[in-house]
Design a protein around this ligand. Sequence first.
Ligand code: TXA
Ligand code: MG
Length: 343
Amino acid sequence: MNTEWLVVSKHVDNDEIYQQVVDSLLSGEVVAFPTETVYGLGAIATNEDAVQKIFQVKGRPADNPLIVHIASHEQVSRFVETIPPLATQLMENFWPGPLTLVFKRKPSVLAPSVTPNVETVGLRVPDHPVALRLLTQLDEPVAAPSANKSGRPSPTIAAHVYEDLQEIIPFILDGGQTGLGVESTVLDVTTTPPTLLRPGGVTKEQIEEVIGAIQLPNEQVSTAAPRSPGTKYKHYAPEAPLFLLPPDEQLLKQAIEQAMANGERVAVIGPDEYRTTQAEWYFSMGSIHRPEELAYNLYNALRACNHTFATIILAIEASTEGVGEAFMNRLSKAAEGKNYSGK
Ligand code: TXA
Ligand code: MG
């Protein structure tokens, strides 16, 4: 299948492009589109055959539920039994935006593969003009995971989607680089208090300012909330093994020297402040004082390592303030538990 790469620019009339993509989705195809977090791979969420294509295209484990994207919060009641008052407050404050809310779902409305083994559904209204126009024009819910092959870093530009999914999907809508660069926060509002299943673009502090204390999955006080099923799989990983390293110039120097002495070819991803020519490659993600820059550039840096001959990647840690929490969460997953110990 030939993949058409369609650039939607603010300066031209894109009607034909949107119509083409809408028609393709309505005919049961999967299509990649930008959101404010990362690119999504969408299918109509009520069409079982279309949703199954998402899993095939990505190589995604069948038991991992998909987030359903909708155009506005008025559509929630179509899919959800009851909307807890806290959830209404969150929707008013953060939608459209990078917050996915997990509700108890109505039975038999969505295609079964959207919510395998769970009685809940994750919903969000993306804050991106291309995604919103597509959803509005479609007037259908769109199930969409990140538009990468399973296990690989999420795509933040159309070229990342093309790299992973060329020849297997019909369209990529190119809306430029995504503004946030890490995925939405996933919050389960079926528990009391709500449970943070995945840190993301909306921070824990921002949520707590609106609804008070929330819990993490391992400190549940009431109903046992299922962890986000996706959290158990390999994620965001570049091809070479990646080791986490604290932000310490001496330790970095020592780590690079040691790896080189072992015959390794070293790539480093880190902030501007630690840039060094000692390693063969250094991919800078922005200032260590600006977590939003680090998040914006993270996946591009991980993918950039795949285009080098590096046999090992050292990744410099940052603070977990604000969106730094989501940044460190994704980086730790990419490391699969490997830390450089200095010994
Ligand atoms: O920013 C985002 O959330 C992006 C864009 C495209 O919207 N999407 C995204 O989807 O990151 P995905 O499939 O890569 O990650 C969704 C996560 C997975 O960890 C999944 O297990 C969890 O959300 N999830 C989805 N529905 C859930 C549910 N009903 N209960 C618990 N976790 C759920
Ligand atoms: Mg993903």
